[in-house]
Ligand binder design. Structure first.
Ligand SMILES: Nc1ncnc2c1ncn2[C@@H]1O[C@H](COP(=O)(O)OP(=O)(O)O)[C@@H](O)[C@H]1O
Ligand SMILES: [Mg+2]
Length: 210
């Protein structure tokens, strides 16, 4: 992928998670100002609590994005990188993780590895932000195609109900775009109350593995 395309995707990510939080915080700050002017201390305290939560959320998002920016193509096996991402995720979120790897496919190209890692990071980010899960399982099968699966035991959602994401919620769209660029596909299985499962399937051609 061209460097400028990669920058575009990261810029969208940034816009999605940071700009919106700042707009929200701006609004909350105005509300706080209003309450103080009216000497409504109880409302001021509530708003301040919301502002603190908002700042914490933004901070988590920025920290996560910085990790994404730092993701570089290393020559080591993708399995090691995935395992250390999961360890970090577990210690930062308190959500338990497990990792199952099977099969012996040819190694992925550097470009494929990078896109796969970005996709998995966004999937984990969604588990942290939206699922309420206590456990996330990652599976990697490498055979004639690679299959990556991220399953959580959270409250699930209805992907069809999200509609056409214009502006908000670009995470899933960027994941699909990244998958498409390396010839892969993403499927989401989720139902309210039954957790969520994201599957990335990546056919391996000799060319792609070169
Ligand atoms: N693992 C998950 N569990 C519950 N809901 C999810 C999960 N993944 C995604 N969602 C839902 O899908 C929406 C879209 O996700 P995404 O496109 O990544 O946008 P964002 O994370 O910025 O909200 C989320 O806002 C959330 O409602
Ligand atoms: Mg997201």
């Amino acid at each position: 992928m061209a460097v400028s395309d990669e920058r575009n995707l990261l810029a969208q990510d940034l816009h999605d998670s940071i700009a919106q939080s700042l707009a929200f915080l701006n609004l909350q700050a105005q509300l706080l100002e209003d309450s103080l002017r009216r000497c409504d201390m109880s409302e001021a305290r509530d708003t301040l609590a919301q502002i603190r939560d908002g700042i914490q959320e933004s901070y988590d998002n920025v920290r996560e994005l910085l990790v994404h920016f730092r993701t570089r193509i290393k020559q080591e096996d993708i399995e090691l990188t995935i395992r250390s991402s999961l360890e970090r995720f577990e210690s930062q979120t308190g959500i338990r993780t497990s990792c199952k790897v099977s099969g012996t496919g040819v190694p992925l190209s550097a470009e494929q590895q990078l896109q796969v890692l970005h996709i998995l990071q966004e999937a984990l980010s969604n588990v942290r932000k939206h699922s309420g899960a206590t456990l996330v399982e990652l599976q990697m099968q490498r055979d004639r195609s690679y299959v990556f699966r991220v399953r959580d035991n959270g409250h699930g959602f209805d992907p069809a109900a999200l509609g056409d994401a214009t502006g908000r919620h670009v995470g899933l769209r960027i994941m699909r775009e990244r998958a498409r660029r390396i010839g892969g596909q993403i499927r989401i299985d989720s139902r309210a109350g039954h957790g969520s499962e994201l599957t990335l399937t990546l056919p391996i051609t000799q060319q792609a593995a070169a």
